[in-house]
Design a protein around this ligand. Structure first.
Ligand code: PMP
Ligand code: GLU
Length: 409
């Protein structure tokens, strides 16, 4: 006899019921499924470096296993890792923190979620520039707070202006969520624009700032500047970073936040009851990654050179397609072209294209390229392309996109 509860009795927590699943992970899973079924899908959906973690880091993890470093660490993360993070934040970002102000977690995703959950309450608003990373609004909803999108423009390279920020902040704004280099647009805020945003934020003392800097080391011809380094904001900026992108360590699950001590304590309290510290082996690998940053950045430079060549290639191909407009991003490994002129068309198969989802499913199911629809990022006029893929795959994918779009009438 089935022990499954009757459908009517299956009731979920209201906050969970209000959330959407991750569109980036969802699209990537769909692409993998189609590949398993034999379709030659090229997935440009996942935001994940296509490189293996550098040898030096992998060797440190193997050593940790052989040394039997297999127990729980402190909830904040092991001290040598937090010391190394403090050193890196001081050297690369001009941020001064003590090791007890660092909380290591299972990825920057968890760090952002901890910060939102620690600070935002029911009735509070979290201000999120759009296009935004898919997880920010959903994390906000899970915390019981309200996400508020702050639209940006293509002409403004998807960056928030100080005037727009000032106009969007209300009595209810609890967090301003800043992401540079940005997922999904690749935009990087120059220092002078950050100074102007900092000027606005200084005036609003009740607003905390979560600065997601996970793409810090993926920047081209641009300087990464931390918002927390601006005078007057030190106590209110929660700096989030991690190892997934810069060191090609997505599967290891290691990120961290750095903040004023009471904020770190609140986040650590949540972590202590939910997950505890991240994997001990991974933390040893994290120490090695930060060591590599000081001694030999060659593996990272190689990845960066590959990303730059791919960005230039994909950007050139996209902007050559009729009806497609894409600004040149200075960081991360995404492009966010505007494709709305294709939203009132029909494919030769008879499929009607009315929005970003229709377009992505058309390209996936009829042309074997997986992209992520812009509506999941709060900008339905665009789609996201991750160019963290081999050049030969990008060439084929762009041929397919060009053909696919060209067949729409
Ligand atoms: N922030 C942004 C903007 C991201 O794109 C990602 C990628 N998943 C993360 C945070 C989280 O990365 P991770 O949890 O792998 O450290
Ligand atoms: N950040 C990546 C992306 O945007 C990984 C998937 C995810 O965690 O959402 O595709």
């Amino acid at each position: 006899m089935s022990t499954a509860p009757a459908a009517a009795a299956l009731r979920f927590n209201a906050r969970v019921a209000s959330m959407q699943p991750s569109a980036t992970l969802g699209m990537s899973a769909r692409a993998k499924q189609l590949r398993r079924e034999g379709h030659p899908v090229i997935a440009l959906s996942a935001g994940e470096p296509d490189f293996v973690t550098p040898d030096f880091i992998r060797a440190a993890a193997i050593q940790a296993i052989n040394d039997g470093f297999t127990g729980y660490t402190e909830n904040l993360g092991m001290l040598p890792l937090r010391e190394a993070i403090c050193e890196k934040l001081a050297r690369d970002n001009g941020l001064r923190f003590e090791p007890n102000q660092i909380l290591c977690s299972n990825g920057a995703k968890q760090s952002v979620a901890l910060a939102i959950n620690a600070l935002a309450d029911a009735g509070d608003e979290v201000l999120i520039p759009a296009p935004y990373w898919v997880s920010y609004p959903e994390m906000t909803r899970l915390a019981g707070a309200t996400p508020v999108a702050l639209p940006t423009t293509v002409e403004g390279h998807y960056r928030v202006t100080p005037e727009a920020l000032e106009a969007a902040i209300t009595d209810k704004t609890r967090i301003y969520l800043h992401c540079s280099p940005s997922n999904p647009t690749g935009s990087v805020y120059p220092r002078e624009e950050l100074e102007a945003l900092a000027e606005v934020l200084r005036r609003h003392e009740d607003v905390f700032i979560v600065s997601d800097e996970i793409y810090e080391y993926v920047v081209f011809d641009a300087e990464h500047v931390s918002l927390g380094a601006f005078a007057g904001l030190e106590d209110r900026v929660i700096t989030v970073n991690g190892f997934s992108k810069g060191f090609a360590m997505t599967g290891w699950r290691l990120g961290y936040l750095a903040a004023d001590l009471p904020i770190v304590k609140a986040c650590a309290k949540i972590q202590s009851q939910f997950t505890s510290a991240p994997c001990s082996i991974t933390q040893k690998a994290g120490v090695a990654a930060l060591e590599m940053l000081k001694t030999d950045r060659t593996p990272m430079d190689e990845m960066l050179a590959a990303f730059r060549a791919r960005r230039d290639y994909v950007l050139g191909r996209l902007n050559a397609i009729d009806g497609v407009v894409c600004p040149k991003p200075e960081g991360a490994f995404y492009l966010f072209p505007q494709v709305a002129p294709y939203y009132s068309t029909t494919a030769p198969s008879g499929r009607a294209i009315t929005n970003s989802e229709d377009l992505c499913y058309y390209l996936l199911e009829e042309h074997n390229v997986a992209l992520v629809p812009g509506h999941a990022f709060g900008d339905p006029a665009g789609v996201r392309i991750s160019y963290a893929a081999a050049m030969s795959d990008l060439e084929t994918a762009l041929d397919r996109i060009e053909t696919g779009l060209g067949q729409l009438r």
